[in-house]
Design a protein around this ligand. Structure first.
Ligand code: ATP
Ligand code: MG
Length: 399
């Protein structure tokens, strides 16, 4: 079946009262943007609380179109459909439904029901009459079918509005809120599995993302940096372009390594990461930080460690995977397409300077005291790291 139209369903934004148009406009805007990736020429428009995508060109790529729509936050489902001009003639409607059914299901043995909604009250039959008549016509035309009103395999939906929409396939969207309907947040993006997932989850709530990556050349390779750029590009397929700030962290790490107690290296290093990310966030008008931390995953993510990393930030820190098990995070990363890149074997700056026995229950006063040893020396180094961060725009790869 070569569909020429899609009905786009969205849930949450339908409930935003007067702001509803802002959300719908943002959704339409993002749909148009994402469809630039798919071959074909499309019209995206709103009509009475509905969003439609219709294909204007002769040819288009169905798979690419559905894939593009499955990268739009705010879409709950994508329904490929047949749209016909309004008619008040039941026979014309019935013929269309029969030809639709034939093309999509052929002579398959299946159970079905018809579900009609009539917004156009001029249509001479009531919805339940249309259901019954169409059910009857389908049964007659396709002897392998039977009606099951409670648990049908296929629901044929007919919407009689300004146009008549006929559809039965429902492809899931990613849900969430349209991009740009919330503030901007700074993601601490490493090359791991967790932080891309964390960024995706917050972007899915309508936030715009920027990202900071701490790079420690020559201890971390160019390839490790490229992996983070790749990840940012993969998340950007959903979130839109990401400004990635690459911070040279080598001198800071070496200084901590040289002067601070080794069992506290990770926690002190993480405090500096948070400070630097926050300074860049403020320069870039981000109003929150995002990390991929999860309680108890490693020594630096026990609740006590999180107290220590959290206390150096003024901005709220969003940790959307805080209560996820690793397996759950892996599942999301596989679903969104970052997993394969995340497991590429390139070292991260944290893995090089790790102590054999890091503290798991750091005491904030003690950490502050250890940090005092380097604090003054560190101030200009932090400033330099912030000011000299390299900016790489990651706009998503693919078409
Ligand atoms: P990931 O969480 O991405 O899988 P990870 O499991 O190695 O990385 P940690 O090293 O414990 O996690 O770091 C916890 C969080 O700190 C990461 O989720 C990320 O938000 C941030 N982070 C860690 N290393 C870096 C880095 N080199 N650059 C930017 N952020 C980092
Ligand atoms: Mg992690």
């Amino acid at each position: 079946m070569q569909y020429q139209s899609f009905l786009i369903k969205y849930a949450e934004i339908g409930t935003k009262g007067k702001n509803r148009y802002v959300f719908e406009d943002a959704l339409v805007h993002d749909i148009r943007k994402k469809l630039e990736r798919a071959e074909g020429d499309f019209k995206v428009y709103r009509e009475r609380g509905r969003i439609y995508v219709t294909v204007k060109s002769e040819n288009y790529d169905y798979e690419e179109t559905v894939d593009a729509l499955q990268h739009v936050f705010g879409i709950v489902s994508i329904c490929p459909m047949i749209q016909m001009d309004s008619t008040h003639d039941y026979k014309v409607l019935s013929d269309k439904v029969i030809s639709y059914f034939k093309e999509v299901y052929g002579d398959r043995k299946l159970t079905f029901k018809v579900n009609t909604r009539r917004a156009d009250k001029e249509f001479p039959m009531q919805s339940n009459e249309v259901d019954a008549e169409l059910g009857h016509d389908i049964l007659e035309a396709f002897p392998n079918t039977s009606v099951d009103v409670h648990n049908p395999e296929v629901v044929i939906r007919v919407e009689i509005r300004q146009f008549i929409n006929i559809y039965s396939e429902i492809i899931p969207g990613v849900g969430g809120m349209p991009l740009g309907t919330n503030g901007k947040a700074m993601l601490l993006l490493s090359g791991g599995i967790d932080s891309p997932v964390a960024g995706y989850m917050i972007a899915r709530r309508g936030a715009v993302l920027e990202a900071t990556y701490f790079h420690a050349p020559p201890y971390t390779s160019e390839r490790a940096k490229q992996k983070v750029v790749d990840l940012a590009n993969e998340v950007a397929l959903y979130s839109g372009p990401i400004a990635l700030h690459v911070v040279n962290f080598t001198d800071i790490q070496l200084k901590i390594y040289e002067k601070c107690p080794h069992e506290e290296l990770t926690i002190i290093m993480r405090r500096y990461m948070m400070r630097i990310a926050e300074a860049i966030a403020e320069k870039r008008d981000c109003i929150a930080l995002i990390t991929g931390e999860s309680i108890g995953q490693v020594a630096s993510q026990t609740m006590q460690s999180l107290v220590c990393t959290n206390e150096v930030c003024k901005l709220p820190v969003y940790r959307p995977v805080i209560a996820f098990d690793k397996q759950q995070i892996v599942e999301v990363s596989q679903k969104i397409g970052t997993y394969e890149t995340s497991i590429e074997p390139f070292e991260d700056c944290c893995t090089i300077f790790v102590a054999k026995h890091p503290v798991t229950k750091p005491i904030p006063e003690k950490i502050r005291k250890s940090e005092q040893i380097v604090y003054d020396e560190m101030l200009p180094m932090v400033e330099k790291a912030v000011n000299e961060a390299e900016l790489i725009w990651c706009a998503g790869k693919g078409r």
